[in-house]
Structures are given as C-alpha cells and as structure tokens.
Design a protein around this ligand. Structure first.
Ligand code: ADP
Length: 461
C-alpha cells in the first residue's frame, strides 16, 4: 500500500527502550538496529552482565533482582525512558506487555507504547469481554455464555445443563494456565465454582467467572495477525502449539499439520475482521482450540509471542520490524494477497531445567555449542560463562528450523538438537531429543494432552 507524505513522515521516535530481558531483548534490539533506531537496554541487578547491555546505545540498571522491583516497576522504567531520551517502549512478552495501565502511563508520559491501545489490551485481558467482542465479530467461540456467572445456584445449574457436561469454569482475569477448573458432572459443580471464585479473587483480584464447554481432546492452533493504524490488517498463517506441559508450550510449529486452507481461511478472515471491528493496532495472536474439524476461540494475546519465529520462517515477514513500523504510524507494507506460507518450521524452547523433574537449574554455563547450517536459527542471550540466574523464566534459547516439508524440518531439528551443547547447568535438551524421535509426533496432529501422556509413559518405562 502506498503511504501519503504525512504517513511516511510519521516516524515519531528514533530511540526505543526495550522493557524486557533475555532472548527477546536481543531479538528486539536487532530489529531496532536494522530499522536504524537507537536502543536503550535495561536490567535488574542480576542481569548487569547481560550481553545486550554492551550492544545497546544506553544500558540502565533499573532495580534489584526481583522482577517486581525491576522489570515490573513501571515508574522505574518510565524514568529510565525519560533519562535516556527514548521515544518509545517495546515491552516484549511477559512482564508489562499486557498491562493496560502501563500502556496508558507510557502514552501519558509522551512515549509510544509498541503495542495496541490500552483499551484493546483491557478488553482482551478480560476473558469475558474478549469472548463477547469475538462473538460479535463472528469469530467461532467455545459454546457457553459471553457473560459472567451469576450467584444464583439454580441459574448456574441451568447454564451447565444447556452447555452439557463436562464444562470448564474459568476466571475472567485468569492467565498463565491458572484459574480454571474442569467439572465432569453436576454433583461437583457448586464446589468447583466456590473454589475457583476464591482462587480468582486472591490471584487476579476479581471473583468474576464464566463457564464453557470443556473440550476433551483439542489441539491448540493460533493465528498471527498484524494491523496498522490506517484500517489495514492481515493474518500471517497459523501455528500449532499443542505440545504443552502444564499449559506451557514446549515445541511450536508452523503451519499446523493437516489443516487444509478451506477450513482455516474463514477463521483467519474472521480474525482480521475482528481486528478491524475493535480498531486493533500492532501484532496479536488469536488462540483457538481445534477439535473434530471445528475452531473455538479461547483468548487473544495482545503482544509479540515467544513462538513468533516459526511464522517469520514460513511467511518471510520480520514480525518485530513490522510491529515497530506500524507503531511508528506507517502503513502496513503488505496485503493479504502477498502473504504466503513456504515450507515448515519448528521451534524448541531450550529451558534451564532438569530434563526429568523439570525443576529450574541456575548456574554458570561452562561450555556452549550452538548448531549452524541452512534453515537453522538460534535466538538466545547466553554465551559460555553466562550466569543463569534463578530469578526469572527458565527460557535460555530458542532453536528454530525451517525446511521444505514437515518431515524434513523434523530431521533438521534432530540435527540441530544433536549439535547443541550446554554444560554447567541442566537443560531440557535430552527430553527434546527424545520427543523428536517419537512416532506419533512425527505423524502430526497430536492433541494438547499428548505430551503429558508421553511423559507419564516414559516415567513408567
Ligand atoms: P491462559 O490465559 O491461562 O493461558 P487459556 O484460556 O488460554 O488460559 O487456556 C489455557 C489452556 O487451558 C488451553 O491451552 C487449554 O489447554 C486449556 N483450556 C482452556 N479452555 C478450555 C476448554 N474450553 N476446553 C478444554 N481445554 C481448555
């Protein structure tokens, strides 16, 4: 699309403060530099030696090691932005990336928040208002009302019967796989509601709950979108993130295996329509459960996701650069017709954790070898001598491969995993190597429970 002179002059900032750490801080810094932007890196005391500090234009320590006092400290981050002369803040993922109040505070401080408006974040952050917005836009949702559960026990029972057991009770403000309870049958319904309500009140500060059908063997399939401020939106294909342990994604791939264009096309277009309807700006992900040939929306993430690289590999679009450019006010430089999906991509999350117990493993990386070769990408912030601290998420690297077919991409990932050596700390690499030898995974189309069952069988063997 062609830009008018005002639109192309819209570059409202030339310095970006990256309000995050680890591999995503590196990824965003690369994107900024390639766009000719200056970067400000921040750190907590535990991250003073972070390698992306020395490659940034400014590097500021904003607080103690605890995330609550540093990466989640809104005032400290806004002060750092002011001191360093930043014009924009990129929140990455996690931390403050889906915090509507922070997006608002950044904008009020005269900074561009590289993400959607605070009102889009707030709408999507409440799962009931998100579901309502999606139903209104024609996005297929899980059966169940788009309103909060009332207090009246009889009405609650009627709603459950209308949906049909099993049902799932979810906290409107829930996240990170918490605040959900499955109800197999009527006699445990009220107890489940009382427990989830109490949990929701304590963990998310709101007792608001809703109910929907519990799908028993779904896959997790998501759609990446990007939108500008000028009424343009596209979807960049789909990913399968069904390989999960405790609701945490472990391996992701694009495209989702066995999903034919006829079935995904209307869902992708409905996502685009929903974005236009709610005036969405920036990158976002619509998460769906997919069961027996149908898609059911569960939530929208209003930020960059950990697994964005598999879509970058298959679509050829640099999602982080595109995200920054639309935040600068530029017109999206691609149409839906330009979007293609070439080949197949996998991403493995390399975590500093015990491969059997999955307990986090902190310490110094004494030796590091990373794989190289065609179609291999590694997103990481670690190096030999790097100290993995116990304060944050255990993700230390993402191993990403791309090949013409799914089978070739799997073979390439086996090679890449064989060429990855991390010593001094424990990692989940042995577990990932075993998973990439699994026959059912190689066939594709495994559901969200597959990995847990596979682990159980392995433990029993
Ligand atoms: P969170 O924001 O905590 O990640 P989600 O709504 O995305 O919550 O749900 C997290 C996970 O819980 C899903 O990936 C899926 O495994 C499971 N889940 C959520 N809703 C349902 C449902 N209606 N039926 C079956 N499983 C569900």
């Amino acid at each position: 699309m062609l830009e008018t002179p005002e639109q192309s002059a819209a570059g409202r900032f030339d310095t970006v403060l990256i309000a995050n750490r680890g591999e995503i801080a590196v990824r965003i810094q690369h994107a900024c530099r390639e766009l000719g932007l200056k970067t400000v890196a921040i750190c907590s005391e535990a991250d003073r030696e972070a390698p992306y500090g020395s490659t940034a234009d400014r590097f500021l320590c904003i607080g103690p090691s605890s995330a609550a006092k540093s990466y989640l400290n809104q005032d400290a981050i806004l002060l750092a932005a002011r001191l360093a002369g930043a014009g924009a803040i990129h929140p990455g993922y996690g931390f403050l990336s889906e915090n509507a109040a922070f997006a608002d505070a950044a904008e009020k401080a005269g900074l561009t928040f590289i993400g959607p408006t605070s009102s889009s974040i707030a709408t999507m952050g409440d799962k009931i208002s998100a579901k309502r917005a999606m139903m209104a836009a024609g996005v297929p949702c899980v059966p169940g009302p788009d309103t909060a559960l009332p207090d009246d026990p009889d009405t609650i029972e009627r709603i459950a019967l209308e949906i049909g057991y099993p049902v799932i009770i979810k906290a409107a403000g829930g996240g990170g796989g918490r605040g959900m309870r499955v109800v197999p049958k009527a006699d445990v319904l009220h107890e489940a509601i009382a427990l989830t309500r109490e949990e929701a009140r304590k963990a998310f500060g709101s007792p608001s709950l809703y109910m929907e059908k519990f799908l028993e063997h779904p896959r997790h399939i998501e759609i990446q979108v990007i939108c500008d401020d000028h009424g343009n939106a596209v979807w960049l294909g789909h990913r399968d993130c069904s390989m999960q342990r405790r609701h945490q994604k472990v391996v992701e791939e694009a495209p989702a295996a066995g999903i034919v264009p006829d079935i995904i096309q209307p869902v992708g277009m409905a996502c685009v329509q929903a974005c236009l309807q709610i005036g969405y700006r920036g990158v976002g992900t619509f998460e769906f459960l997919y069961e027996d040939g149908a898609f059911y929306f569960i939530e929208m993430n209003t930020r960059l996701q950990v697994e964005h690289p598999v879509t970058e590999m298959t679509s050829g679009v640099d999602i982080v650069q595109a995200q920054i450019r639309v935040a600068q006010g530029h017109v999206l430089d691609l149409n839906q017709g330009d979007v293609t999906c070439e080949g197949h991509s996998f991403e493995c999350r390399i975590n500093a954790e015990d491969p059997d117990s999955f307990l986090p493993s902190a310490g110094v990386v004494t030796h590091l070898a990373l794989p190289t070769g065609p179609g291999i990408r590694v997103d990481t912030h670690i190096h030999a001598g790097y100290k993995v601290s116990p304060y944050y998420d255990s993700l230390i690297a993402k191993l990403i491969v791309h090949a013409p077919t799914r089978a070739e991409a799997m073979a390439r990932m086996r090679e890449a995993l064989a060429g990855t050596e991390v010593e001094g700390i424990s990692t989940n690499i042995p577990f990932l190597r075993a998973l990439f030898e699994d026959g059912a995974f190689a066939q594709g189309e495994t559901d969200i429970h597959y990995l847990e069952q596979w682990l159980k069988l392995r433990r029993a063997a």
